[in-house]
Structure formats: C-alpha cells, structure tokens
Design a protein around this ligand. Structure first.
Ligand code: NAI
Length: 249
C-alpha cells in the first residue's frame, strides 16, 4: 500500500480535527495547521503519536501566501510530496450585512476564499509530483450549505463559500490533466465551537427545516471527505457534496 501525506488546515479542532482522525492510519502522515489554538493542535498530535501515527503540527495564517508555502515546504522536506490537501480553515461572521464593517468582511474573505486559493496554489506543485509518481493527488475544500442557501445573517461567509464552490470547479477542470481530483463538501449545521457561538434561533431553525430534525456531527463530514480521497473514487471531480441532513435551504 502506498503512503499518504495528508495536509489539513485548521486541523487542531472541530471538523478539521475529526478529518485528521479519520485519515489516521499506520501508512499516513498527518500534517495539520493551527492559528491560535496551539494547545488543541498539540493534543491531536499526542493522540495520534500514541497510536503510532506520524503527525506534524504547523502554525499558519492562510491569509498569507508565503506562510502557506513555508508549511508545504516543511511537510515536503520531512515526509515527501503531499497527496491530500483539505482546505478546512475558516471563520464565520454572523451579522446583518448593513451592520458589518469592511474590516470584518475582509477578514472573512481573506481567510475563507483567498486562504483556500493560497493553500491550493502552494500545494499544487507537490500534488503534481505525487501524481507523476502514480500516487494519489486530491484536494477537498470545505464549503458550506450557506453557499447554496445564502444566509441573510452571514453575507460575507455565504459569499466566500459560494466562491469556494466556483474555485473547486475551476481547479477540477484545470488540474484534471495532472490527475489531481478536486471536490468540495458543503456541511449544514455541524456541532463545533463555530456553531456554539451562533444564536439559539439558528439552531431551532435547523431542527425545524431539516428532514433529519437534527444537527450534524463532525464524523458526518469526515466520513465523506475520506470517501472522496479513497483510491477507488477516481471519476468524480468538481462536485460540491451537501452534508446537511436534508436541510436543502
Ligand atoms: P472551528 O472554528 O472549530 O475551526 C476552524 C479552524 O480554522 C480552526 O482550527 C482555526 O484555527 C482555523 N483558522 C481560522 N482562521 C484561520 C486562518 N486565518 N489561517 C489558518 N487557519 C485558520 O470551526 P469548524 O466548525 O470546525 O469549521 C471548519 C470548516 O468547516 C470551516 O471552513 C467552516 O466554515 C466549515 N463549516 C462549518 C460548519 C459548521 O456548522 N460547523 C458548517 C459548514 C461549513
């Protein structure tokens, strides 16, 4: 079985953490990044190391391209070329658009959209080297159900996630020639620190409108991300898979 080097941005907590756990196996090296939450990132590393799974932890602000490049270079130097990039890092902003100031909007745009583009740009050369050696080359972008629905109270956020969907399709088209497969997942309301900060009314709305009448778990997302990176999942690219318990909009 060939090795897998998996790079997950924002892998120290929430959905990203669970994605790291899902990929963890003897044959995998997990590289995860964090911003301020160094302690939880180190805890993930400790958990994986205790299971004899190779793991490295890197501080990163995805808004800065040269920092993205440095992380990719460090991972490549230590573990070889990257096989899977999961663009998971993201922030939200829950406010009516007219009440947002430009700095807040800019932070969401530069993290959720520019950040995904920065990390992808920095990682593609490494993915290309992997696929040239007949190894796996995958990108999974974490979008959101709001990219389709357009949440009135999360304007900048919804816009960035719609941008991620567009970027996913363009990357799928341009990277197919290098055997790099690119897809996105669009979760609905998943129980993490991010959603704990949302108003109670958002939670009740999800319970009311979703077919499954429940919020999602981090495992609901990591299972699909893992599936998209399976060796046998080869002919699906440029897709946005909704994981929302039948919320639709
Ligand atoms: P979280 O707040 O627990 O995790 C976000 C991660 O992004 C953290 O690890 C943080 O360090 C990292 N991050 C934030 N800003 C960064 C920056 N500038 N540079 C690098 N890393 C940065 O949130 P959660 O829920 O785990 O979210 C993960 C992803 O899933 C995000 O992209 C989010 O938009 C998306 N998502 C979450 C949903 C939910 O209901 N929780 C629903 C739909 C999408």
């Amino acid at each position: 079985m060939s090795k897998k080097v998996v790079l997950v941005t924002g892998g120290g907590r929430g959905i990203g953490r669970e994605i790291c756990m899902a990929f963890a196996s003897e044959n995998t090296h997990i590289a995860l990044t964090y911003t301020r939450d160094a302690q939880s990132a180190e805890q993930v590393k400790q958990t994986l190391t205790a299971r004899h799974i190779s793991c490295s932890v890197h501080p990163l602000n995805v808004q800065n391209f040269s920092l993205c490049q440095s992380v990719v270079d460090a991972v490549e130097r230590e573990y070889g070329t990257i096989n899977v990039l999961v663009n998971n890092a993201g922030i939200t902003l829950s406010k009516q658009f007219v009440n947002c100031d430009e700095t807040e909007n800019e932070a969401v745009l530069s993290t959720n959209l520019q950040g995904v583009m920065n990390m992808t740009l920095a990682t593609v050369p490494s993915l290309k080297k992997s696929t040239k050696n007949a190894e796996l080359g995958r990108i999974v972008n974490i979008s959101s159900n709001t990219s389709l629905c357009g949440n009135a109270g999360q304007v900048a956020y919804s816009v960035t996630k719609a941008g991620v969907n567009g970027f996913t399709r363009v990357c799928a088209r341009t990277l197919a020639q290098y055997d790099i497969v690119v897809n996105a997942v669009a979760p609905g309301y998943i129980d993490t620190d991010m959603t704990h900060d949302l108003p109670e009314s958002t939670y009740s709305h999800v319970l009311k409108v979703s077919a499954m009448k429940r919020t999602g778990r981090v495992e609901d997302v990591s299972a699909i991300v893992q599936l998209l990176c399976d060796d046998h999942c080869q002919y699906m690219t440029g897709q946005v898979i909704h994981i929302d318990g039948g919320k639709f909009c």
